[in-house]
Design a protein around this ligand. Structure first.
Ligand SMILES: [Zn+2]
Ligand SMILES: [Zn+2]
Length: 286
């Protein structure tokens, strides 16, 4: 079965620009040295969400499959089998598969925690660092063993006599194959949907980060105006009225909360005026 880490490089048709340069070798060489756009870095928010959802999908589907396999193995105790027979080989392969599954559970847990942490980072730079940290946590050998299962079962059951174990394993393998195919189809579809819809994916900052790094005050016309510029919202250009909630950003620009909060949470964590990032003081970008 495929898992979260195998899905990092989901294909994105429009992410990599192919540049036509003719037949001249020198130009080709120049073009080859250009850095390619990595879709996993260009669409960080989408990829983090994709990682979280595919890890959850893998965990649920594989847990159901391993329970099904455990039921099959439980019904075929090794003590009932002759010393040398294909069923013993099949059972040994099943036990290895159980071991791989146990390794997977730890991987899913850690992988999900790392991507969840990355998702909640307040700035693009911290998000990228979180994604790099999550991507560095890979278990490639478990992946190979896991995919080997899909190859071994049909091969071994083909040469085995038609015992209850081999017949049931063949049936089980079909479900494994369906799970694998489903993930192969769902991942690019999910990525395309996430990439195409700005409504689904928030690219800005979390509410907690917004509250921690900006200030809200109610406008009071009886007090002298001490903030930057005129007492009016820089987005809707309407003068503040009494008790209007005003959000003051670290760059000293100020807006109605209803005007700026959507921008900061939905689209970007930068001030709509000066583009200064809204972030904790100890994580300022270079
Ligand atoms: Zn406004
Ligand atoms: Zn600003």
């Amino acid at each position: 079965m495929p898992h979260g880490e195998a899905l990092v490089g989901a294909p994105v048709a429009d992410a990599v620009e192919d540049v036509h340069v003719g037949n001249e070798a020198v130009e080709d060489e120049v073009i080859d040295r250009r850095p390619r756009i990595d879709p996993t870095r260009s669409y960080l928010h989408e990829n983090v969400i994709l990682q979280l959802r595919t890890t959850e999908f893998s965990a649920v589907v594989n847990t159901l499959l391993i329970c099904h396999l455990a039921r099959i193995v439980w019904a075929s105790p090794a003590s009932d089998l002759p010393f040398l027979c294909m069923d013993r080989v099949l059972l040994a392969v099943c036990y290895v598969h159980f071991g791989v599954f146990c390794g997977r559970t730890k991987y899913w847990w850690k992988n999900h925690a790392l991507y969840s942490a990355a998702r909640n980072q307040p700035t693009p730079r911290l998000l990228l660092m979180g994604v790099d940290r999550a991507r560095a946590y890979q278990v490639p050998r478990l992946n190979i063993l896991d995919n080997l299962w899909l190859v071994l079962v049909p091969c071994l059951t083909y040469f085995a006599s038609k015992t209850a174990l081999s017949v049931n394993l063949r049936y089980h393998w079909k479900w494994c194959l369906w799970g694998w195919l489903a993930s192969m189809i769902l991942v690019p579809i999910m990525f395309f949907v996430l990439r195409s819809s700005i409504i689904i994916v928030d690219h800005g900052m979390t509410q907690d980060c917004l509250e921690a790094n900006t200030k809200i005050s109610a406008f009071d016309p009886s007090k002298p105006w001490s903030a930057f510029g005129d007492p009016q919202c820089g987005i809707c250009l309407v003068e503040y009225q009494k008790n209007d909630p005003i959000r003051l950003l670290p760059c000293d620009h100020h807006f109605h909360t209803k005007c700026v909060d959507g921008w900061l949470k939905k689209y970007t964590n930068h001030c709509p005026f000066c583009r200064a990032p809204i972030e904790p003081a100890n994580t300022k970008e270079d």
